[in-house]
Ligand binder design. Structure first.
Ligand SMILES: NC(=O)c1ccc[n+]([C@@H]2O[C@H](COP(=O)([O-])OP(=O)(O)OC[C@H]3O[C@@H](n4cnc5c(N)ncnc54)[C@H](O)[C@@H]3O)[C@@H](O)[C@H]2O)c1
Length: 390
């Protein structure tokens, strides 16, 4: 099987070595686990050997649905699966809701396994720091699930910034969101505090942040003034709730449905951010990156879907004239999805063939911003972002 090296966008193909098969388990067999298993099934160097979900029978039904025979699923918890040494697991996908990310990751790393964890990394910065401590102690791979950064157009943003074409970047506006798009059609795990912990910020906001922070080299966040609200989620008449469920869902809603923030980053860069699951507006704007030599406009209101929303434009001067250069869209890779690339690059990191595709050393800053927004909003003032040395 040939595959595209995700770190090199569409430029290089490699052949997968199948002499050693990696034994994979899945923790949490809900919605996104389907994307993981579909990609694993395409990898010739993988055996899917086990799965665990806290809902009895859910993991068994999941594997049956995917026609994976022989995978063990009779575990009451992820801990039981991790303790089953007969499985000889090499790695796990952690696809639980946000509140279970930290505990499952820490337990899996402590069991000596490589981990690919769904985004957001965690709910709080403190959890993320603890996860990184255990990651360091274990020496295992921990990669976080931000597949849009493997899209060639997304990588072009970084290439443009890193080429120096924009000069010194000093201001970024990013975010986006939906007019009516609280994800509540498949249940309440995205909207309850006990399961999700964070709402639009953790569901889609983290992607907007990753898009721009990756481009500028993930500078450290220094301070944040954040705001979050829940006017739509707490409204029993919200039109996106399933019929007859408005009262129940509004009562259960315990996260943000809109957030905005002003963030200072190391290197004198300002990040102006807003994200929405629901608002009375079509979009809070494109992403713009302002530099001393040029400015980049990225139509990106749905960047979490994996790519930019249209051709990007650079506004700059050429020989004294103010011009605008359009960057052509790079077509999507028809052979391998972004999920395939995410899983492939993780497997290669497990084999020691490639760097960790989405390292915690970057995503800790993404997480600290999200958590900083939540904490600043509660306190009603700017806060300093402090991350202990790990
Ligand atoms: N990368 C992406 O494109 C993408 C897309 C959607 C969701 N996500 C992320 O994936 C995560 C899961 O989302 P989802 O839509 O699959 O949610 P979901 O609620 O459908 O599934 C989560 C599953 O985890 C199980 N679970 C919770 N704690 C567990 C534990 N300790 N052990 C075993 N099972 C446990 C639940 O019972 C449930 O079946 C979220 O963090 C979300 O942000 C990522």
């Amino acid at each position: 099987m040939a595959y595209l090296d995700p770190n090199l966008a569409n430029k290089e193909k490699k052949i997968v070595d199948t002499t050693k098969k990696l034994r994979i388990g899945i923790i949490g067999t809900g919605g996104i686990a389907n994307a993981h298993i579909n990609s694993y099934k395409k990898m010739p160097d993988v055996e899917i050997v086990a799965g665990a979900d806290i809902v009895p029978g859910k993991a068994a039904a999941f594997f049956k649905n995917h026609r994976i025979e022989g995978a063990k699923t009779n575990y009451a918890s992820h801990k039981e699966m991790l303790a089953d040494k007969n499985l000889k697991l090499d790695a796990v996908s952690i696809c639980t809701y946000n509140r279970q990310h930290a505990v499952c990751t820490i337990d899996a790393l402590n069991a000596g396994l490589n981990v690919i964890l769904e985004k957001p990394m965690s709910v709080t910065t403190e959890e993320a720091v603890e996860m990184m401590r255990v990651e360091k102690e274990s020496g295992k791979v921990l990669s976080i699930g931000f597949q849009p950064r493997l899209d060639a157009n997304m990588q072009k943003i970084r290439e443009i910034v890193q080429s120096g074409e924009l000069g010194k970047v000093y201001y970024i506006q990013t975010g986006g969101g939906r007019r009516r798009g609280i994800p509540a059609t498949r249940g309440t795990t995205f909207i309850e505090d006990a399961t999700a912990g964070i709402g639009a910020l953790g569901d889609i906001g983290c992607y907007s942040l990753d898009m721009v922070l990756k481009a500028i080299g993930y500078p450290k966040p220094l301070t944040v003034t954040g705001y979050k609200s829940d006017f739509f989620g707490k409204d029993k008449n919200y039109i996106g709730y399933p019929k007859g469920k408005g009262e129940e869902f509004a009562k259960l809603f315990g996260v943000d449905d809109f957030a905005a923030a002003f963030i200072r980053l190391e290197g004198g860069i300002i990040l102006d951010f807003r994200i929405s699951w629901a608002m009375n507006m079509d979009t809070p704007g494109d992403t713009i990156i302002l530099g001393t030599k040029g400015g980049l406009r990225i139509p990106s209101t749905d960047c979490w879907n994996g790519t930019v929303g249209g051709p990007m434009k650079i506004y700059h001067e050429v020989a004294g004239s103010q011009v605008c250069t359009e960057i052509p869209i790079i077509p999507a890779d028809k052979e391998y999805s972004l999920f395939d690339k995410k899983i492939r690059s993780f497997l290669d990191a497990c084999k020691g063939l490639a760097p960790v595709p989405v390292p915690t050393s970057e995503i800790i800053y993404n997480q600290a911003i999200i958590d900083g927004i939540a904490k600043s909003s509660i306190l009603g003032r700017e806060i300093a972002i402090e991350i202990p040395q790990i």
